[in-house]
Design a protein around this ligand. Structure first.
Ligand code: AMP
Length: 484
């Protein structure tokens, strides 16, 4: 008899997040707030900051909503004093009824050797099994967050200090994790052995920064030092950075979808500009799927760099045929289907005079359920487009992600149930083409064939090739063959 409900048959929160930490800078929490603001695209539902001073101990603020609405008042920021702070932005997926403030990270725990706050980006694929085991052994969980497993595992470790306990705990955790944590005197960063999610090290004055993406270093004027390596733990103190590799070393499998959509285009990943990779995907797409047309229009903002690449390669003029209301969040991130459906119209509008009578190529980064494409096709045809051609800057999304990017179950992925031609007919457009997986790899800097790719990315959402066994889902019977 299970003693806790299974995560995949209820409305439990899942996570998609950004993490940021600072040490050795006065009023570190202000820098963390700015960093989280730059990482807001990684999670818009809630955010939290923990800071530490000897005088006040650990101070925590956790809030639902945007960073700009919660962490800008001087009065509130005064409650987060100190030269050491970490923060987290998150969002929950569809139907997350009953979201609780206690699920908002950073999570905090007081151990015999002092307090520790933890913020996690990624997804633990054996969290259900761990939670069940820990509850059986007496742990009392405070939140529904999978990240809390790390804290209970740390509590059970016999190691003498927090970083060693963290290593013990993380060796039991399967899945993707980029963790930023803090003790009274240390800022700690850890990346899972495959390095699925990003984590960057930055320097500002005498201080150190850890951040999901480099764009958040830019906002505070920090210098980008390097990426935390897959499987690496760094301990930053006021006197420097110590590095260790606590896990068995394995070839890295960074998430290719970070390049396609998730990261900001002004970030650098693996030494490459995300914008440039996206522009090159557009070039590949124009080579693989040319079509005669009058205009190349991005679905803003995520389709813009690929549309620029497509236009440059094809010679067809680029135009902002669709305009985005900058005050809306990312459509997909709205938690219910009804709001998501409305969201496309609230967020995007057609530039009628530009589109009327034209053969239009629409470039988007991805098609997941097909909701956005369907609405956009309606708007563009209403505006009098003569022809509509969709070009998608990623291969068909045919498998859900279990490593921290929110995707619906397989049945809801339009490309899992329909072929390219069928999607084209369903959308009622003149043509529709996705870039190939090889084209995507070429754009991401890999010239070779799939078997010799180095590094090979995690491309499970396009290929079903899951580099980390999604144990909980398999035991719950939720995953079909490709993942087993
Ligand atoms: P859909 O309407 O379900 O086909 O979703 C596709 C749109 O959502 C695309 O325009 C993407 O820009 C965006 N998108 C794709 N994947 C994600 C994700 N995991 N989180 C948020 N937005 C996404």
């Amino acid at each position: 008899m299970p003693i806790c409900s299974h995560p995949f048959d209820d409305d439990k929160l899942h996570e998609e997040c950004g993490v940021f930490g600072a040490i050795g800078i006065q009023d570190a929490a202000n820098f963390v707030a700015l960093g989280l603001h730059a990482l807001q695209h990684r999670g818009q539902e809630a955010g939290g900051i923990v800071s530490y001073t000897q005088a006040t101990g650990f101070n925590t603020v956790r809030r639902f909503g945007y960073v700009r609405d919660n962490f800008t008042s001087a009065k509130l920021m005064e409650t987060l004093p100190g030269a050491l702070a970490i923060g987290h932005v998150r969002y929950s997926t569809s139907g997350a009824k009953g979201a609780q403030i206690r699920d908002v990270q950073p999570l905090f725990a007081e151990f015999a050797m002092g307090g520790c706050a933890i913020a996690h980006n990624g997804n633990i694929t054996n969290a259900h099994a761990l939670r069940q085991e820990l509850i059986e052994r007496g742990s009392i969980f405070q939140s529904g967050s999978d990240t809390e497993c790390m804290i209970h595992l740390m509590a059970r470790s016999i190691q003498k200090n927090i970083p060693e306990r963290m290593k013990d705990a993380l060796r039991r955790v399967e899945g993707a994790f980029s963790v930023v944590a803090m003790t009274r005197s240390k800022l700690i960063g850890v990346r899972d052995p495959l390095g699925v999610r990003p984590l960057m090290l930055g320097r500002i004055g005498d201080g150190w920064i850890l951040s999901s993406e480099t764009c958040a270093l830019d906002i505070i004027g920090a210098e980008f030092v390097r990426e935390i390596e897959p499987g690496e733990m760094v301990i930053c103190t006021e006197s420097g950075v110590e590095s260790s590799f606590p896990f068995d070393r394995r070839p890295s499998r960074f998430c290719i979808f970070e390049h396609v959509y998730f990261s900001r285009p002004d970030s650098i990943i693996g030494g490459q500009s995300v914008y440039e990779t996206r522009r090159r995907i557009g070039i590949e797409l124009a080579k693989e799927a040319p079509v005669e047309a009058d205009l190349v229009c991005p679905i803003p903002d995520s389709g813009t760099p690929a549309a620029i690449g497509y236009s440059q390669e094809s010679g067809i003029p680029f135009a902002m045929g669709i305009v985005r209301n900058q005050y809306m969040g990312r459509t997909f991130i709205e938690p219910t289907e009804q709001i998501r459906n409305m969201g496309v119209r609230l967020k995007l509008n057609v530039n009628r005079s530009m589109i009327a009578g034209k053969r239009v190529i629409l470039v988007d980064d991805s098609v997941v359920r097909g909701t956005t494409s369907l609405k956009i096709r309606e708007m563009v045809l209403d505006a009098g487009a003569a022809e509509v051609h969709f070009r998608i800057a990623s291969p068909p999304t045919t498998w859900p992600c279990f490593y921290g990017v929110d995707t619906p179950e397989r049945e809801k992925l339009i490309a899992a149930t329909m072929s390219e031609d069928e999607i084209c007919k369903y959308l009622g457009v003149n043509s529709l083409r996705f870039v190939s997986l090889d084209g995507l790899y070429r754009a991401a800097g890999e010239e070779k064939g799939r078997d010799t790719r180095s590094p090979q990315y995690c491309d499970a959402c396009f290929s079903g090739d899951y580099p980390i066994r999604p144990s909980d889902r398999i035991s719950a019977g939720f995953v079909t063959k490709a993942a087993e």
